[in-house]
Design a protein around this ligand. Structure first.
Ligand code: C5P
Length: 219
């Protein structure tokens, strides 16, 4: 079964690109960040402290998470698709994602998405930890300014109060935390293909990945 992993820093376009690659190949899609975000939302709602590991591990047992075919994220029967995208949920997700016990407990759940005919998944450790044997492992990145401006355009549609300066700070903080944590940091090695899409459109990024996939195993 074919697996394509797309890892990269915040707002590098991983989700949009991964979804389109999956659509073109007819593969399943897993947004692993949504799992950490959904758990982050549960932690916020339960008013737990981010270092209360036992209580958070218990929450995972209560987490019933599913993804619908039209891209909605359902957490314990509630549609949380929009709310998990907020900056505070993203930051909580990044905080709890540092904890190795939490990452281990989510490991098998993520691997369960590898179903025929194939899977495209995006996150921070999909190629390094969860699917190290994937056929194609991409590290997708872009300049921090470009990523902040993309995120600003997304958020600005729903809230006038966001500023690009705040978003830039949040992204830099989250990048630092995701890269410097000891448990499954955001990283890549020679088994990855690095794609900097600062100056590429979504379609050009998708096409590059599809071309690489079609060539994989042939050279
Ligand atoms: O990809 P997204 O920005 O939605 O992820 C939210 C947070 O979840 C990230 O900042 C990261 O800390 C965490 N995450 C992770 N491993 C993954 C996916 C996301 O640690 N595979």
């Amino acid at each position: 079964m074919a697996v394509i992993t797309i890892d990269g820093p915040a707002s590098s376009g991983k989700g949009t690109v991964a979804k389109k690659v999956a659509g073109q190949l007819g593969f399943h899609y897993l947004d692993s960040g949504a799992i950490y975000r959904a758990l982050g939302l549960m932690v916020i709602n339960a008013q737990l402290k981010k270092n209360d590991i036992d209580a958070i591990l218990n929450l995972i047992d209560k987490m019933k998470l599913s993804f619908t075919n039209n891209g909605r994220v359902i957490l314990n029967s509630l549609d949380v698709t929009e709310i998990i995208r907020s900056e505070n949920v993203g930051m909580m997700a990044s905080d709890i994602a540092k904890i190795s016990e939490i990452r281990s407990k989510l490991h098998n759940f993520q691997q369960g998405f590898n179903q025929p005919p194939g899977l495209v998944t995006d996150g921070r450790d999909m190629g390094s930890v969860i699917f190290p044997q994937a056929e194609l492992k991409i590290f997708l990145t872009a300049s921090v300014e470009k990523r902040a401006s993309r995120r600003y355009s997304q958020l600005h549609k729903s809230s006038d109060s966001v500023t690009i300066a705040v978003i830039l700070c949040d992204i830099m903080k989250r990048d630092k935390q995701d890269c410097e944590r000891s448990s499954s940091p955001l990283t890549y090695d020679h088994t990855f293909k690095v794609l900097d899409n600062t100056d590429l459109s979504i379609e050009e990024t998708v096409q590059t990945i599809i071309n690489w996939y079609n060539l994989s195993g042939k050279c």
